[in-house]
Design a protein around this ligand. Structure first.
Ligand SMILES: Nc1ncnc2c1ncn2[C@@H]1O[C@H](COP(=O)(O)OP(=O)(O)OP(=O)(O)O)[C@@H](O)[C@H]1O
Length: 263
């Protein structure tokens, strides 16, 4: 089972240090929350891991295999898959077709732009799509165009599409942002399935503490581009130090609702 290891990752943008020596481990079958106030460096960490953001120092490995010298495309082929806060689904294609595109990319180790080269879907991709539809309860919407679906179902399809790519490591960037309570529950269900059924290591950037409490086994707290606390979720979130740093409030004076961003 794969594990993601990030050691001493540092990023500079325009001469400013944005991340300083960020280290984190995402074990298999584990959801690790990456938390912090706006501007703490969460998205930059994800961008650094996928190879989208140049790093000035640090190592990244999957299951002991270093990938930090790879470009973004090769890291994707090595199994690092991310989702975006903007879902970037193909709205005019069906759920099944969206999943098929992702599955084909995963099976053939190609980029999205190369999809048009292949006339017929591969048997392996079709099989993957069936598995994902079944696992993530998408059967009744398989032939619906994504544009016909509610925001909650967009969120589910977005996560299922990542699963269809057969990742070895999943990086989820605020999958529950701007969703209703019901839709957030759907996201929690889907992430739980990705962890328990697919056994994936999952790094989750999230602000909503209900979602964090429901799915994160471990959390890391970032502040000004540095890890300032880490450990089991309740232990970290309940510590006076983290409550003071992260919520900007005094101990015993904190309502655990949101972490700096409106629900
Ligand atoms: N391309 C860029 N140019 C200049 N500064 C940047 C750039 N990208 C990020 N930053 C800065 O780096 C810091 C970290 O940004 P980042 O987006 O990683 O934070 P975040 O924790 O993901 O915040 P949010 O929760 O708002 O998404 C911020 O101060 C941001 O302004």
């Amino acid at each position: 089972m794969p594990q993601l290891e990030v050691r001493d990752l540092s990023v500079e943008i325009g001469g400013h240090r944005i991340l300083s020596d960020v280290s984190l481990t995402v074990p298999p079958r584990t959801v690790v929350g990456l938390l912090g106030a706006n501007g703490a460096g969460k998205s930059t960490t994800i961008d650094g891991i996928i190879g989208y953001q140049k790093t000035v120092a640090g190592t990244i490995s999957i299951d002991g295999r270093a990938v930090d010298r790879f470009g973004a495309a090769r890291r994707a082929r090595a199994g690092i898959t991310r989702t975006f806060q903007d879902y970037l689904l193909f709205e005019d294609l069906t759920v099944e077709e969206n999943l098929l595109c992702a599955a084909e990319i995963g099976v053939r180790k190609i980029l999205a732009r190369d999809l048009f080269r292949f006339g017929r879907p591969s048997a392996a991709a079709l099989e993957t799509v069936e598995r994902v539809i079944e696992t993530h309860g998408l059967a009744r919407y398989r032939t619906s165009r994504v544009e016909q679906l509610s925001l909650g179902w967009h969120a589910r399809v977005n996560l299922a599409r990542a699963a269809a790519q057969s990742p070895r490591v999943l990086l989820l960037d605020e999958p529950a942002a701007a969703l209703s309570l019901d839709a957030r529950h759907a996201v929690v269900d889907t992430i739980t399935t990705l962890r328990d059924h697919d056994g994936l290591p999952i790094l989750l950037v999230e602000h909503n503490l209900d979602v964090i409490g429901a799915v994160c086994d471990l959390v890391y707290i970032l502040e000004d581009g540095k890890v300032v606390a880490s450990g089991p979720t309740t232990e970290v979130l309940d510590s006076d130090e983290v409550r003071a740093i992260y919520f900007g409030e005094q101990p015993d004076d904190v309502e655990l609702e949101t972490a700096g961003v409106p629900v």
